[in-house]
Design a protein around this ligand. Structure first.
Ligand code: GUN
Ligand code: FE
Length: 460
């Protein structure tokens, strides 16, 4: 690939490389990167690396390459519900909107008809790594994992565990049944056809106790046992999203000192746990999460849409806690991480406006998130939350080529982006346009492990 490249470096910086030559080996791993190559030197630079007779993809004016997005939290079965039920807060929304839709996935034919379109949209939104909640249903969740694997997205797929406080039509009958279905899903995913070169399997299982409210203590304890026997097994759940949810949780688990400690006390809080939302954490909970090195999924669209609150992400970043972005469809109404980026920016600006006079003890608390920080959260931050930072999230030799070709050209057809050939923006300006006004039309190619799997230029 030859052309402009955006590469996240840290929460405060990214590289903008206007004439970059980036080589991808047949394995799909990045082989080498040379930063500043004149047009006339492309063939020579390739030859110097032993690349003779190798095709070069040259980006056009108005295009650039960047790492793919990581969606650290979404619900595949809720995609058909996007933009429904925004008048509700969390617990009423679950009862009236979400559980009725999820229960339809007891019908495997419905799952087979629905999930391909769901995964297709998420890939075309530029999400190269995705952590999915399925439903309580083993068969439907197997189908989801199969579709994701077939389409070539990098993902974690989990079956929800729910054995209490759920409607009769959408609840698991016992701890034993819930655990045996969970084990069956883990085995099923582990035997899916593997990508020959991906450093970890593209699709991996993830334990998914929905949230403390929907799990009895014996169920959480059995999941903690499963986790203890497989340290590499990821865990995902929700934490401290909504005030009434927190109150109800504490009434169900009076022996636990906080919402976060419900997971800690059941051995479900560790460095490969993804906690979604974390809107209303106490100081002690922040300490505990930092100590366990668990990751947070910031889901700002959902937090606004369900009136859950504004998560103080700057405070978490100042504590060194891993943070990624999540769409949380259909609490969030968009499958695109771009929308999460935009609302993460707004959320941070809301906090900054409220706290104008607040002393800022750290780099990020009380401040708006910069473009650098937003880019990092959408890519590397998410990779860290997924414990995949060695393999994805940025461009580096030996990392996987999980990437997007972005076009901010007028012929991409997005009326919110004004591209002028006579006065083109610099590369950082193009990135900002894409992050704040871009959508799927601006994503022409989506690659995972070097393979083209989506985007407007992908033939399907
Ligand atoms: N808490 C428990 N289940 C859910 C869900 O499906 N979405 C959100 N946003 N929060 C939850
Ligand atoms: Fe969620």
């Amino acid at each position: 690939y030859y052309g402009p490249v955006i590469n996240p470096v840290s929460l405060v910086s990214f590289d903008a490389l206007p004439r970059c030559l980036l080589a991808v080996a047949p394995t799909g791993n990045i082989d080498w990167i040379v930063e500043d190559v004149e047009d006339s030197m492309v063939q020579e630079t390739m030859a110097a690396h032993g690349y003779i007779d190798v095709d070069v993809v040259c980006l056009r004016e108005g295009e650039f390459l960047m790492p793919g997005f990581c969606d650290t939290h979404t619900h595949a079965p809720q995609v058909p519900n996007m933009a429904s039920g925004q008048q509700y807060e969390l617990l009423d929304w679950l009862e009236n909107i979400t559980f009725p839709m999820e229960s339809r996935f007891s019908d495997s034919d419905f799952a087979r008809k629905t999930y391909p379109g769901v995964v297709r949209r998420i890939i075309d939104s530029g999400t190269t790594t995705c952590s999915y909640f399925g439903t309580i249903h083993l068969e439907a969740t197997k189908i989801l994992a199969e579709v994701v694997n077939e389409y070539g997205q990098r993902a974690f797929v989990g079956k929800c565990n729910m054995d209490q406080n759920s409607p009769a039509h959408y609840i698991e009958p016992s701890v034993e049944q819930s655990i045996s279905a969970t084990k069956a899903l883990v085995s099923h995913i582990k035997q899916l056809p593997a990508h020959p070169h991906s450093p970890e399997p593209l699709v991996q299982p993830i334990l998914t106790p929905r949230f403390a409210i929907s799990c009895t203590s014996p169920l959480l304890k059995s999941l903690g046992d499963m986790a203890a026997s497989d340290p590499n097994l990821r865990i995902q759940t929700h934490v401290s999203e909504n005030p009434n949810e927190i109150k109800f949780t504490m009434s169900l688990f009076p022996q636990c000192v906080s919402y976060t400690s419900v997971y800690e006390d059941h051995r479900l809080l560790r460095a490969n746990t993804i906690l979604a939302h974390a809107v209303h954490l106490s100081e002690d909970e922040i300490d505990l999460i930092a100590e366990r090195r668990a990751g947070l999924s910031h889901c700002p669209t959902s937090n606004f849409n369900l009136q859950s609150g504004v998560a103080p992400i700057g405070r978490y970043l100042d504590r060194g806690i891993k943070v990624g972005l999540g769409t949380d469809v259909a609490g969030g109404y968009s499958p695109s991480i771009l929308n999460a980026v935009q609302n993460a920016s707004i959320a941070s600006k809301v906090i900054a406006m409220q706290d104008r006079e607040a002393a800022s003890p750290g780099k990020f608390s009380h401040k708006q998130l910069s473009v650098q920080s937003l880019l990092y959260l959408a890519t590397m931050g998410g990779a860290e939350v997924c414990n995949l930072e060695k393999f994805v999230g940025s461009f580096k030799p030996q990392k996987s080529f999980d990437a997007l070709v972005v076009s901010v050209r007028n012929d991409a057809g997005n009326p919110a982006i004004w591209w002028s050939e006579s006065a083109p923006r610099n590369l950082a300006g193009m990135l900002e346009q894409f992050l704040f006004a871009g959508d799927n039309r601006n994503i022409s190619r989506v690659y995972v492990q070097g393979r083209l799997i989506g985007g407007t230029a992908f033939l399907r």
